[in-house]
Design a protein around this ligand. Structure first.
Ligand code: HEC
Length: 713
């Protein structure tokens, strides 16, 4: 990464063998009985409500996103364990034709693996051989990619009876027949405008499919919807932030929430999208929802008179039958830094101060690790899991963070950490009841925030309400003096609220985690290494190179008495695109890949395909340095999210420094007139002027020249 990176992501430093296939406990047998008649339809075992509730008793399968409703991502399987994991080898791989982000957690039910990939395409694979059983493509128009803040990934699907559910990037929820791969029903969850996007996995609770959405930077108002799993009919919809009071409130909760907003926030949507985290407690019968950031990020613009802006950056507990509000806990009142609380939510029962507490745990972007009573929403404890400078601590009485003056950047710019990528992003953590530790994939980020002198909201475009010129003016060294955060796995004791040990990661962007009863944790890396560590001390025990950067969380499963570990590899995603960090190598063609390992196996991966970059034949820019610099700021604001910080490319999108003379000759029609909109390239008509577009072009030509100079050396 470039040394003058202004938004700085710190790169460095960061047995009981279960012999029965579907679980061995009496509880499971009961579940089978309960599944009763339905259980053998068409030769498949249905994934019934009982099986999902009792998923812990059939560790051979991975039936729902976090394996169990408590989303611990801990597997009781232990045939692969600390003493033999060094003998792990590749059983099979399956390549998916994509160069975009692979973020999915696969599901495994009775020998079949279901993997989702970019554009919400689903592959059903034989879990033992990797053979393709069927492929489902929802045919999402690629133009919807123009509304992607963070690439077009899909993080997973849900199983229920004889159907698999996946949400499409353009907002449909689809039910697929698990045997044939055919679409059964499709529900439009977003009504097309404003441009919501969905990247998260649905969950199914008591016959209802629960799904949220994303797009808080695009002027949307967040909500969660439940659909009847059989018919696709809408059961309920619960908004996370209030709309225009003049239109009336949908619920008391919305009326209460509206009192914490000021100005005309609804014109910007408000945000608060529930784009990833859900968990369910069948005993308390509560659905937990992680709620995202404000639209736009900057509260000064969004809600100029201040206010907590409920329920942004909150955890909401809802009644899963009705969607009705039960309680909330707001992690970041008056969110102003893109501090989502959509990060992974884990439920566990912990003994705290001599009392067994039913807790909910989250490490949201804001840098504090929260332990919350999941029955009442009461804060039990919160401590910083990364260096942070926007608040000193969370006040235990009020449950509110104590902010540091100036962190809100109302008067002057502020270098804030964690930055907008958070101390932890969507990458799943894991809790091992065996070690009592939560393993958090921590990210090191710091970011400059600055209040803009004026603000224009643009429909269908990214709106942060941050002054990017001011951001660009901050000397890089000032940011470098920020936090000594590193990307790492932090093995966190949730009772004592402190780190027990850490595993430094070689790269800035981290990957999801899995823990197992074999005293193991598994994690991939941007570098393409997939590794196993001892769960109680972090000792590195095994790794294999997968040929592409990894960000997704691994899973483990068992078929016919053999334990397997699987992970998907594939670079991209928000930070992947932005930093231009290509994962393993800039000259290697990006691949999406599903990999499955077992003991004693020696399958080999193919050699990577090399990408040749041809230096374009274009004249140097004659623009002044001022114009080039202006182009650089506009690029940072409008283009870097997809084309890479400082236009350094990223393996997923065209590297603009190498664009051909023909492309340059139609520059304005691409950038301003939407010539490539069908491919997902936004039209910046009305957002940028012709001079702006040409200033960006000058900046890119100069960036190209600098790259070519480097090539020559
Ligand atoms: C939401 C993601 C996104 C953003 C933001 C974005 N682009 Fe693109 N851009 C794309 C996609 C997708 C393509 C087409 C990729 C392909 O050819 O398949 C593309 C292609 C291009 C091309 C053609 C490149 C070539 O060599 O064929 C240019 C030029 C371009 N973009 C410029 C810009 C500029 C300038 C900005 C900022 C003002 C910008 N883009 C912002 C997604 C984006």
């Amino acid at each position: 990464m470039s040394s003058n990176t202004r938004i700085r992501i710190v790169v460095t430093g960061l047995l009981a063998s279960l012999l029965c296939l579907n679980g061995c406990t009496g509880k499971e047998d009961e579940a089978d009985v309960a599944a009763g008649v339905a259980a053998d339809q068409g030769g498949i075992r249905l994934v019934t409500a009982d099986r999902i509730i009792n998923a812990d008793s059939e560790p051979g399968n991975w039936l729902s996103h976090g394996r169990t409703y408590d989303e611990q991502r801990f597997s009781p399987l232990a045939k692969i364990n600390e003493s033999n994991v060094s003998g792990l080898g590749l059983a099979w791989y399956f390549d998916i034709d994509t160069n975009r982000a692979m973020e999915a957690t696969p599901l495994v039910a009775d020998g079949v693996m279901y993997v989702t990939s970019p554009w919400s395409i689903v592959h059903a694979l034989d879990a033992v051989s990797g053979e393709l059983l069927w492929r489902y493509d929802p045919q999402t128009p690629r133009s919807w990619g123009a509304y992607a803040c963070c690439d077009v990934p899909n993080r997973g699907a849900a199983l229920w009876n004889d159907k698999l559910y996946v949400a499409t990037f353009d907002g449909y929820l689809v039910a697929i027949d698990v045997e044939s791969g055919q679409e059964v029903w499709r529900a439009d969850t977003i009504n097309r405008t404003p441009p919501y996007t969905i990247t998260g996995a649905p969950r199914v609770i008591k016959g209802k499919v629960i799904i949220g959405n994303g797009g808080a930077e695009y002027g949307v108002r967040g909500y969660v919807t439940a659909y009847d799993a059989e018919t696709g009919e809408q059961a309920w919809r619960t908004y996370t932030v209030p709309g225009n009071p003049a239109d009336g409130f949908e619920s008391d909760a919305m009326e209460q929430a509206a009192k914490t907003w000021t100005g005309e926030w609804w014109k910007f949507g408000g945000g608060g999208t529930a784009w990833d985290a859900f968990a369910y407690d069948p005993d308390l019968d509560l659905l937990y929802v992680g709620v995202g950031n404000g639209s736009p990020w900057n509260r000064e613009v969004r809600s100029p008179g201040g206010g907590d802006n409920l329920y942004l950056a909150s955890i909401l507990a809802l009644d899963p039958d009705t969607g009705n509000y039960v309680w909330h806990y707001q992690t970041t009142p008056g969110e102003s830094w893109d501090y989502t609380a959509t990060q992974h939510i884990i439920l566990a029962d912990l003994e705290i101060a001599g009392e067994l507490r039913r807790v909910l745990m989250q490490a949201p972007k804001n840098g504090f690790f929260y332990v919350i009573d999941r029955e009442t929403g009461e804060l039990i404890s919160a401590e910083a899991y990364v260096p942070l400078n926007w608040a000193t601590h969370v006040d235990p009485d009020s449950g509110r963070p104590v902010e540091v003056p100036g962190a809100r950047y109302e008067q002057a710019h502020s270098i804030v950490f964690p930055g907008a990528w958070g101390g932890h992003n969507w990458h799943p953590m894991t809790f091992s009841p065996q070690t009592g530790l939560v393993y958090i994939p921590v990210i090191g980020s710091a970011e400059v925030f600055a209040n803009p002198p004026d603000f224009s909201f643009f429909d269908n475009h990214l709106n942060t309400a941050i002054d990017w010129q001011a951001v660009a003016d901050v000397p890089a060294d000032d940011i470098a003096e920020g936090p000594s955060v590193v990307a790492r796995v932090s093995a966190w004791d949730p009772i004592r609220q402190k780190e027990v040990f850490r595993i430094d990661s070689g790269n800035g962007w981290n990957a999801g985690l899995l823990s197992t009863a074999g005293n193991l944790i598994f994690q991939g890396e941007a570098s393409g290494e997939f590794a196993a560590y001892r769960a109680d001390d972090g000792e590195h025990l095994w790794s294999a190179y997968v040929g592409t950067g990894i960000q997704a969380a691994p899973i483990t499963f068992e078929v016919a008495g053999e334990q397997y570990v699987a992970v998907v590899g594939g670079w991209g995603g928000s930070l992947g695109l932005f930093t231009g960090d290509p994962g393993p190598s800039p000259n290697q063609e990006a691949v999406g890949r599903v990999l499955t390992y077992k003991l004693g196996s020696e399958e080999q991966l193919p050699s990577p395909k090399v990408v040749e970059y041809t230096r374009p034949d274009i004249a140097d820019t004659t623009a002044s340095q001022d114009v080039i610099d202006h182009g650089g700021v506009l690029f940072l604001d409008r283009c870097s999210w997809c084309h890479g910080y400082e236009a350094t490319g990223n393996g997923s999108f065209p590297d603009l420094r190498y664009s051909s003379a023909a492309t340059h000759s139609i520059w304005n029609s691409i950038v301003l007139d939407g010539a490539f909109f069908a491919k997902g390239m936004p039209s910046f008509n009305g957002v940028l002027s012709e001079e702006d577009a040409q200033a960006i072009r000058a900046y890119i030509i100069r960036q190209g020249r600098l790259a070519f100079e480097e090539e020559k050396q």
